[in-house]
Design a protein around this ligand. Structure first.
Ligand SMILES: C[S@@+](CC[C@H](N)C(=O)[O-])C[C@H]1O[C@@H](n2cnc3c(N)ncnc32)[C@H](O)[C@@H]1O
Ligand code: SF4
Length: 459
C-alpha cells in the first residue's frame, strides 16, 4: 500500500479521534451491561473458534509516556495471586461456554507479560490449555520488554508455543530514554530479537513512538537506522499521545521538551521515507511490514482484519479477554473487565464475572462497525454492497449524513467517492481515522458533541 506524505494536509486534519480498535469505542460502554449480560452472551456463543487475550498489568518500572493499563511494582509476589484470579476467571468463562473451544489466536499483553517468571508463564499457559484447545499453526503472540528478558527466557516462551512477539523499543537515544524513564540498550534488544529468530518465532514486531520529549530529526534518524539494522518483520510507529490529565505519569514529562506539532510531522515524514526506502510497506494505522510478511500479503488479498491488538490475518473471531481491563467481544456484544485489581478480585471472590461495563450493538452499529473495519484494512469500501449485506434497501438515504460529512474530505483529496464507492487516496491513508470518524454515528450525536475531547490527536 503506497503512501503520499502531505504534511499540509495532515496538519489540517490533525484532530482528536478514536483509534477504532472497537466500534462503538470503549468510552460508549455503560454499566447497564454487566456480569449477567456477559454470562448470557457466553452461554449463547456458538462460535467454533475463539481468540484469547490475557492482560498482565504489572511493570517493574514506569515509562512516563505510557498510556496503557499498568501497575508499577517491583514486588514479584503480586503475580501469583493475580494468576489465581485469572485462572478462576478462565474456569468460569469456559464453564459458561460449555466446551473447550478451539483457539487459533492468543495474545498476552500488558503492562508487561514478561513480569511473570518462567514458572508463572508455564503455569498460565497450562491453565489456558486446560480450558481451551490451542491449535497447531495458530498465532500465539506476546508483548516483550527486552530490558528484563534474555535469550533463555525467549527460548522458554517459544517452548510454551509463542510464535510471534512485539518488542517495545520506542527510541534508542539515551537523552530521550532518560526523559521518559526507559533506559534500554540496543544490545539487549538485539539479543531478544536474535533469540526469537533462532528459537522459531515466525514474526517479530518493534514498537516505536514519535513525538517523545527530546526527539529531533537527527536522533530519531539514528534510532530508525538501529531498528532497520534489526530488520523486524513489522514495525508499529505510534504517535505519542500526550494526555497528562488522563495519565498521571505523563505529568513527569517536561512539555517544553516535547517536539512542536511541526517538528513531530518532520519525524513522521522522516520515518515514512526511511521505512519505504528499506522496503517496508504501509499496512494501515501506524503499522508497517516487510512485503513478504503475512500481514502485507493479507492486505494485498483483502484478507486483513483489525482487533484490539491491531492488525491480523485471522478472520474476525469472537474474543475472550482475561485479566484486569480486558475487553471481550462476543457477536454483537462487548464486555470490559474491571480496571483495578481490587474490583477485579472482589467480583471473582463473590463468584461473579469481573465485568464492569459493556454494550450490545444494534443493527446500525453492526453495519458501521464493518464499514470502519473495512476502511481501516482495505482503504476502500462499497457502501452499496455493505448496505445489501446488512439488509438496508436505500444506502443513499441511510448514509446521507455520512456522505455529506465526507464531501469536504473528498474536496481536500483524502478520498474519491464514485457513486457509493469510497477509495482512500495515497495522501488520505495516514488520515484514515478521520474518514472512519465520519461513519461514527455516536460521535456525531448532538449530545456527544457537547462533551470534552477524550481522544488523542490523529498524528
Ligand atoms: C503495553 S505496551 C508494550 C509492552 C511492554 N510493556 C513494553 O513496554 O515493552 C504497548 C505499546 O504501546 C505504546 N504506547 C504506550 N503509551 C503510549 C502513548 N502514550 N502514546 C503512543 N504510544 C504508546 C508503546 O509503543 C508500547 O510499546
Ligand atoms: S510502556 Fe510497557 S513497560 Fe513501560 S510502563 Fe507502559 S506497559 Fe509498562
Amino acid at each position: 500500500m503506497s503512501l503520499d506524505f502531505q504534511p499540509e494536509l495532515i496538519r489540517r486534519y490533525d484532530v482528536s479521534g478514536p483509534r477504532y480498535t472497537s466500534y462503538p469505542t470503549a468510552d460508549r460502554f455503560h454499566s447497564g451491561y454487566g456480569p449477567q449480560q456477559h454470562a448470557r452472551a457466553l452461554a449463547e456463543c456458538s462460535s467454533a473458534a475463539v481468540s484469547l487475550y490475557v492482560h498482565i498489568p504489572f511493570c517493574e518500572t514506569l515509562c512516563y509516556y505510557c498510556g496503557c493499563n499498568k501497575i508499577p511494582t517491583r514486588n514479584h509476589a503480586r503475580s501469583a495471586p493475580y494468576l489465581d484470579q485469572v485462572e478462576q476467571e478462565m474456569r468460569k468463562v469456559a464453564g459458561l461456554l460449555g466446551r473447550r473451544a478451539a483457539v487459533p489466536q492468543l495474545h498476552w499483553g500488558g503492562g508487561t507479560p514478561t513480569f511473570l517468571d518462567d514458572a508463572e508463564t508455564t503455569r498460565l499457559m497450562e491453565a489456558t490449555r486446560e480450558h481451551f484447545d490451542l491449535q497447531a499453526g495458530g498465532e500465539f503472540s506476546i508483548e516483550i520488554d527486552p530490558r528484563k528478558v534474555g535469550a533463555r527466557r525467549v527460548e522458554h516462551l517459544a517452548s510454551l508455543g509463542f510464535n510471534r512477539m512485539s518488542v517495545g523499543v520506542q527510541d534508542f537515544d539515551p537523552a530521550v530514554q532518560q526523559a521518559v524513564n526507559r533506559i534500554q540498550s540496543f544490545e539487549e534488544t538485539r539479543e531478544v530479537i536474535d533469540a526469537a529468530r533462532s528459537s522459531g518465532f515466525e514474526s517479530v514486531s518493534v514498537d516505536l513512538i514519535y513525538g517523545l520529549p527530546r526527539q529531533n530529526a537527527f536522533n530519531f534518524a539514528a534510532t530508525l537506522e538501529k531498528v532497520l539494522d534489526l530488520r523486524p518483520q513489522r514495525i508499529a510507529l505510534y504517535s505519542y499521545a500526550h494526555l497528562p490529565a488522563r495519565f498521571a505519569p505523563q505529568r513527569r514529562i517536561r512539555e517544553e521538551e516535547l517536539p512542536t506539532p511541526q517538528a513531530k510531522l518532520v519525524l513522521l515524514g522522516l520515518a515514512i521515507r526511511r521505512l519505504a526506502h528499506a522496503g517496508y510497506v504501509y499496512i494501515g494505522m501506524d503499522h508497517f511490514a516487510l512485503p513478504d510478511d503475512e500481514l502485507a500479503r493479507a492486505q494485498g488479498e483483502g484478507r486483513l482484519h483489525r482487533n484490539f491488538q491491531g492488525y491480523s490475518t485471522q478472520a474476525e473471531l469472537d474474543l475472550l479477554a482475561f485479566g484486569v481491563s480486558g475487553i471481550s467481544k462476543i457477536g454483537s456484544h462487548y464486555a470490559q473487565n474491571a480496571k483495578t485489581l481490587d474490583a477485579y478480585g472482589a467480583a471473582l471472590a463473590a463468584g461473579e464475572l469481573p465485568v464492569e461495563r459493556g454494550i450490545t450493538l444494534d443493527a446500525d452499529d453492526l453495519m458501521r462497525r464493518e464499514a470502519i473495519q473495512r476502511l481501516m484494512c482495505d482503504f476502500h469500501l462499497d457502501l452499496g454492497a455493505l448496505a445489501a449485506r446488512h439488509g438496508v434497501d436505500d444506502p443513499q438515504q441511510r448514509f446521507d449524513a455520512d456522505l455529506r460529512r465526507l464531501q469536504p474530505l473528498v474536496q481536500a483529496g483524502l478520498l474519491e467517492l464514485d457513486d457509493l464507492r469510497l477509495l482512500v487516496t495515497p495522501q488520505g491513508r495516514l488520515l484514515v481515522r478521520v474518514i472512519a470518524m465520519q461513519f461514527d454515528r455516536r460521535l456525531h450525536d448532538a449530545s456527544a458533541q457537547l462533551q470534552a475531547p477524550r481522544y488523542s490527536k490523529v498524528i
